[in-house]
Design a protein around this ligand. Structure first.
Ligand code: FES
Ligand SMILES: [Fe+2]
Length: 377
């Protein structure tokens, strides 16, 4: 890619062979919610513009393999799971979890060199992660902040615009004051003042602080596409995973590890909210209505997923793929610029054939909500 003439490299396109796609594929990525993949079932999967088959074997293990059968290319997601193997729907060729073809019922033999690509998987936090890159998968990172005895929720909303805009938005706290001025985070005091932003580069990405009225909100950006913060009493960790260049899934974990009373209160609130959101018109539909001028945000202030509608309006409003060439960046964009520089260094290394940096998660993240404003007052 020639980005000598560009202000920034191409962060947005992540299909096979792209620099950003090669970079993201060097990390374990969540690709599916565990609960959505029953034992013995296969599904089509699209991540970073690439098609796969995901299935859960009868052992309970999730597997990710190529999308199509070697014979005449029908989709393996329509096939049958047998043990931990998958049999093609069309003429019954069967593949094991390593991708090796182990049976061709209408042929005399099954040569050893017939195999489809398979990808390492790992389940954590009720999500199936896959390593979709080349070579051996890196060690799977974990955080000690999330323990077995807390209350964990996971969600995977689809957003119909480029993932990088959403990734940047989580590093943009100035927007709270404007985009979310009518919302439940306004009720908590996060929109009262424009924050002062500081951030520090770390072994995992950025330790960020936003300070309002002397109270720090400490959050983290973990390379390459993860944000961690405290959000409504829960540790909130989000991976922004491209489905293609025009849509992404925010794999979102909220973990409440407090006292049993706190957990019960959190669970009750979360379940009520989730039920309301499930019954309401999806945020992505309403964002399109607002952007088309057929609805206004003022009409939607009682929607249970108002924060997503507000963010989606600002972000998809930048364009399905935002143009970063004509921006006028300022002090409010400090964290975004720092993140883009980390990414630029990595993409340049990949372009030049140099070894990208090894990023190391901490054992534990210091995260604060920035909310004790009422206490501090
Ligand atoms: S296309 Fe799969 S067995 Fe024929
Ligand atoms: Fe927001």
């Amino acid at each position: 890619m020639d980005y000598a003439a560009r202000k920034w490299p191409d962060f947005e396109h992540t299909g096979p062979g792209t620099l950003a796609g090669r970079f993201l594929r060097r990390f374990w990525q969540p690709v599916y919610l565990s609960a959505d993949l029953p034992i013995g079932q296969a599904r089509p999967l699209k991540i970073m513009g690439q098609q796969f088959t995901i299935y859960r074997g009868e052992s309970g293990t999730a597997h990710v393999v190529a999308d199509r059968c070697l014979h005449r290319g029908t989709l393996l997601s329509t096939g049958q799971v047998e043990g931990d193997q998958i049999r093609c729907f069309y003429h019954g060729w069967k593949y094991d979890a390593t991708g090796q073809c182990v049976e061709r019922p209408a042929e005399r033999s099954c040569p050893a060199n017939l195999y489809i690509r398979s990808y390492p998987t790992h389940e954590w936090l009720n999500m199936v992660f896959a390593y979709l890159g080349e070579g051996e998968a890196p060690p799977f990172p974990v955080l000690s902040d999330v323990a077995d005895d807390g209350y964990l929720t996971v969600q995977a909303p689809l957003r119909t615009f480029n993932y990088f805009s959403q990734l940047e938005n989580a590093l943009d706290e100035v927007h709270f004051r404007f985009v979310h001025r009518i919302s439940r985070i306004a009720e908590q005091g996060l929109t009262d003042a424009i924050p002062t932003l500081t951030c520090e580069e770390t072994d995992y990405g950025l330790a960020r602080a936003s300070t309002r009225r002397g109270v720090d909100r400490k959050t983290h950006f973990l390379m390459p596409n993860i944000n961690a913060s405290i959000f409504f009493d829960a540790l909130h960790i989000v991976w922004r995973v491209p489905v293609d260049d025009y849509s992404h899934i925010s794999f979102t974990v909220d973990y409440c590890g407090g006292t049993s009373e706190e957990m019960d209160a959190y669970r009750a609130r979360h379940e009520a909210e989730a039920a309301q959101i499930a019954a309401a018109t999806p945020a992505s539909v309403l964002v399109d209505e607002v952007l088309a001028g057929r609805m206004s945000l003022d009409e939607l202030v009682d929607h249970p997923d108002l924060l997503s509608i507000q963010d989606g309006t600002a972000l998809k409003g930048q364009g399905v793929i935002a143009n970063r060439e004509n921006e006028l960046l300022g002090a409010s964009d400090t964290h975004i610029v720092h993140m883009r520089r980390l990414w630029t260094n990595e993409l340049t290394a990949i372009r030049d054939g140099a070894a990208p940096r090894v990023w190391q998660w901490p054992d534990s993240l210091e995260v604060t909500s920035g909310l004790p404003i009422k206490d501090a007052a």
